[in-house]
Design a protein around this ligand. Structure first.
Ligand code: PGA
Length: 262
C-alpha cells in the first residue's frame, strides 16, 4: 500500500498530426469513463504542433487527462532555433514534460548536464518533469545497469533540495526495451525502480523517496501492463506505441486501475 497515485503517460513521439490528434483524443474522451481515472492519473504527450489542439479539446470536453510535452529547452527564451520554451508549454496548461528521453539523449546528444538544466527549467515553471533513465543493452550485459542508473539519477537532481526532488517523476526506460516488443520482466523492472528509489533516498532522504512516483517504460502493452503495475515500486507506465490508439491506451489505463493499491 504505497499511497502513490499511478501515472499512465502516453508518449506519441513523432506520430499524429493535429487532425489525427483531434481524432484520437475525441475517441479517447468518448471511451474514458470517470471510473477509469478514479484511481490513476493520465497524461498525453503529443508533438508540439498538436498541443494547442489537444489542450482546447480536453478543456472543452472535460476529458480527464493532463497535457504533457515530450521535451523542452532549458532556457525560457532566446536564440534557440527550433527549440520550445518551458514558459510556452506552461502557458498552454502543460502539466508534465518528459525530460531526457533516451531518444533525445542518443539522437540529439542530450547530456546528463542538459537533462539536469531542463529538469530545473520545467520545475521553475511549476510543471512536473518525467525524467527518463535507463541502460543500454551493452550496459545491461556488462552488469552496469545500476551504475548507469545511479549516474543518471544523481546527475539529474544534483543541487536540488529534497522538497524539490519530491516533485520529480522518474521513468525507468531500459533502451533495449523501447519499441522492441521485448519489455523488461516485472521483477527486473521492479528491481530497477527499487534501485532508483534508493538513489533518491540517498540524496533526498527516505520520506521523499517513499513519495516520488517511478514509471516503467519500454514495450508496454495491455497484456503486460497489469503484471508490471502489480509490482510495489512501479507507480505508472510510460507508453509509446500502444498509446497512439484510444482503444489500446484505454486497455492499459484499465489494467492499471485494476491493480491499484493504497
Ligand atoms: P514503447 O516506447 O512503448 O513504444 O516501447 C516507450 C517510450 O519510449 O517511452
Amino acid at each position: 500500500m504505497s499511497g502513490r497515485r499511478p501515472l499512465i503517460s502516453g508518449n506519441w513521439k513523432m506520430h499524429h498530426d493535429h487532425l489525427e490528434a483531434l481524432h484520437m483524443v475525441r475517441d479517447l474522451g468518448l471511451r474514458l469513463k470517470t471510473d477509469d481515472v478514479a484511481l490513476v492519473d493520465v497524461s498525453l504527450h503529443p508533438p508540439f504542433t498538436d498541443l494547442r489542439t489537444v489542450q482546447t479539446l480536453v478543456e472543452k470536453e472535460g476529458i480527464p487527462v493532463s497535457l504533457g510535452a515530450q521535451h523542452c529547452s532549458d532556457e525560457d527564451a532566446g536564440a534557440r532555433t527550433g527549440e520550445i520554451s518551458p514558459h510556452m508549454l506552461a502557458r498552454l496548461g502543460t502539466a508534465y514534460v518528459i525530460v531526457g528521453h533516451s531518444e533525445r539523449r542518443t539522437m540529439f546528444a542530450m547530456s546528463d548536464i542538459t537533462v539536469a538544466a531542463t529538469l530545473k527549467a520545467v520545475l521553475r515553471h511549476e510543471m512536473t518533469p518525467i525524467v527518463c533513465v535507463g541502460e543500454t543493452e551493452e550496459e545491461r550485459m556488462a552488469s552496469h545497469t545500476e551504475a548507469r542508473l545511479e549516474e543518471q539519477v544523481l546527475a539529474a537532481v544534483e543541487g536540488l533540495s529534497p522538497e524539490v526532488i519530491g516533485r520529480v517523476v522518474f521513468a525507468y526506460e531500459p533502451l533495449w526495451a523501447i519499441g522492441t516488443g521485448q519489455a523488461a520482466t516485472p521483477v527486473d523492472a521492479e528491481d530497477a525502480c527499487v534501485f532508483i528509489r534508493s538513489m533518491v533516498g540517498k540524496v533526498a532522504g527516505g520520506p521523499v523517496a517513499a513519495t516520488i512516483r517511478i514509471q516503467y517504460g519500454g514495450s508496454v502493452q495491455a497484456e503486460n501492463a497489469g503484471e508490471l503495475m502489480a509490482e510495489p515500486d512501479i507507480d505508472g507506465l510510460l507508453v509509446g506505441g500502444a498509446s497512439l490508439q484510444a482503444a489500446s491506451f484505454l486497455d492499459i489505463i484499465r489494467a492499471c486501475g485494476a491493480c491499484y493499491r493504497f
